[in-house]
Design a binder for this molecule. Structure first.
Ligand code: NAD
Length: 449
């Protein structure tokens, strides 16, 4: 006799999606969470970061109002009110958290508060109580990485966890962002736009989004950041941080030589690590790789132990909330004994919510060429688009990579609302549509689409 059909370990996007999808399918589901349902994404990741980016956008818009013939009163200037800006962000999180909690209640998911661990017989133990289930889904997520010399103290040296939950009375005057990946680029964009003197230090030669997007698209973002004043350094070797009376001394070396800057804060954004160390995985016989990721069969999300599944940031697939949602659906279908449609990891949608936004799905030009595909590439600039001119945001392009005489292989966007424009291009890539098929559809005019 089992207590539940499914126990879900961890209440982030992977966990709550699995719980809600499973409950909708009629399964009796329990969700174990030791903090708040919503996880990193809702409380210290995607949602707060995007709320901060939106505040930066409003600040930019007010600053540019004169370009549209909108005058502020003589001598008036807008200033970011950091506590007020954070309070708005927290209200958005609060609403979403209440909505999610209500949804779990309405779908009759049993939420168990506490830290869950697997037991040797495949059950789950929470604070001394053990519950058994027909299946367990592990979605324990990930946490920011740090390195010796870059130890995160939550005050001067922070991670995205702290940057999204700041209780500081004001913005720092000077910040160094270490790592130019997705998190580093988004925060460099926020801080630059809010008037913080921002330096971005990336170990790889390309300073902004060195891995992932098409180079043409990433270069537009790098140029735009530079133009707004971000000090970008690629190929940077950062030495251990030193404390000074005024803040922190960041010493680094690039091809151009050695340099030192003093800053008030350092944001460490050098990647995330899976959180798999305290979930009873070894006891239950769930195999974990050298890097701490849970081994899975990507067709079913099954682990090495029968009836135990793993999804989301604790497995080595793209660390994206929407990928975790998709993996949750695969796991639930497998548990129901149905044939699951596996996630096509090479074609998932990626969005970086910087200004300008970067978004893509499918093969980059370089990847397509490296794979020996016979391709044609077309680039269209927003500079010639009426709607982009009207909204005053003409930086960027859409780049389409297609097989010669064949389907669209990848679409890469940078520019206004790239995050939303991606939806159609994602469909085209995943539907393996021909350019001529997509081209035959009518789009509204004037529009960015
Ligand atoms: P990342 O892997 O995207 O980028 C980390 C960067 O840090 C890399 O470019 C790496 O070369 C660099 N780096 C590593 N060590 C360094 C060092 N010592 N000095 C300088 N640079 C160094 O990781 P991230 O940006 O921390 O993001 C983590 C995860 O969160 C990713 O899986 C990402 O997909 C996810 N995320 C996604 C979004 C989004 O989809 N918009 C937003 C935030 C985070």
């Amino acid at each position: 006799m089992t207590d539940h059909d499914v126990i879900v370990l961890g209440g982030g996007p992977g966990g709550y999606a699995a719980a809600l999808y499973g409950a909708s399918a009629g399964l009796n589901v329990a969700l174990v969470e030791d903090n708040k349902v919503g996880g990193t994404c809702l409380h210290r990741g995607c949602i707060p970061a995007k709320a901060l980016l939106q505040a930066a956008e409003v600040f930019r818009t007010v600053g540019d109002a004169g370009d549209f013939g909108i005058r502020l009163p003589e001598g008036a200037t807008a200033t970011p009110d950091w506590p007020a800006l954070n309070a708005r962000k927290s209200r958005v999180i609060g609403q979403l958290h209440a909505g999610l909690s209500g949804l779990l209640r309405r779908r009759k998911v049993t939420v168990i508060e506490g830290h869950g661990r697997l037991t040797a017989d495949g059950a789950v133990e929470v604070d001394g109580q053990t519950a058994s289930a027909g299946a367990v889904i592990i979605c324990t997520g990930s946490a920011p990485r740090s390195l010796p010399g870059l130890e995160i103290d939550g005050d001067r040296v922070i991670s995205s966890d702290h940057a999204t939950n700041s209780t500081d009375a004001s913005l720092p005057e000077r910040i160094a962002v270490i790592g130019g990946g997705v998190i580093g680029s988004e925060f460099a964009s926020v801080f630059t736009d809010l008037g913080v003197s921002t330096t971005l230090l990336e170990a790889l030669p390309d300073s902004v989004l060195p891995v992932g997007p098409d180079r043409d698209v990433a270069n537009v973002l790098a140029k735009a950041l530079k133009r707004r004043g971000t000090d970008l350094h690629g190929g940077a070797r950062v030495s251990p941080l030193e404390r000074t009376d005024g803040g922190l001394l960041v010493s680094f070396e690039t091809k151009a030589g050695a340099d030192k800057i003093e800053v008030d804060k350092v944001l460490v954004a050098i990647g995330r690590r899976p959180v798999t160390e305290d979930a009873g995985l070894a006891a239950a016989g769930v195999n974990v790789s050298d890097r701490g990721f849970i081994d899975i069969n990507p067709l079913t999300m099954a682990t090495s132990r029968e009836n135990i599944y793993a999804i989301g940031d604790c497995v080595n697939t793209p660390g994206l909330a929407h990928v975790a949602y998709a993996e949750a659906i695969v796991a639930i279908h497998t548990i129901l004994g149905e044939r699951a449609v596996p996630v096509d990891y090479d074609k998932v949608p990626w969005v970086v919510y910087t200004h300008p936004e970067v978004a893509w799905s499918g093969l980059t030009e370089a990847e397509a060429r490296a794979a020996g595909r016979d391709i044609e590439v077309h680039k269209h600039m927003f500079a010639g688009n009426g709607r982009a001119m009207i909204i005053g945001d003409t930086d960027g392009m859409v780049k389409v990579v297609a097989e010669k005489g064949g389907p669209i292989l990848g679409v890469h966007l940078v520019g206004p609302w790239a995050s939303e424009l991606l939806a159609e291009t994602y469909l085209a890539v995943n539907w393996e549509a021909l350019p001529s098929e997509v081209g035959a559809f009518i789009h509204p005019h004037p529009s960015l689409s």
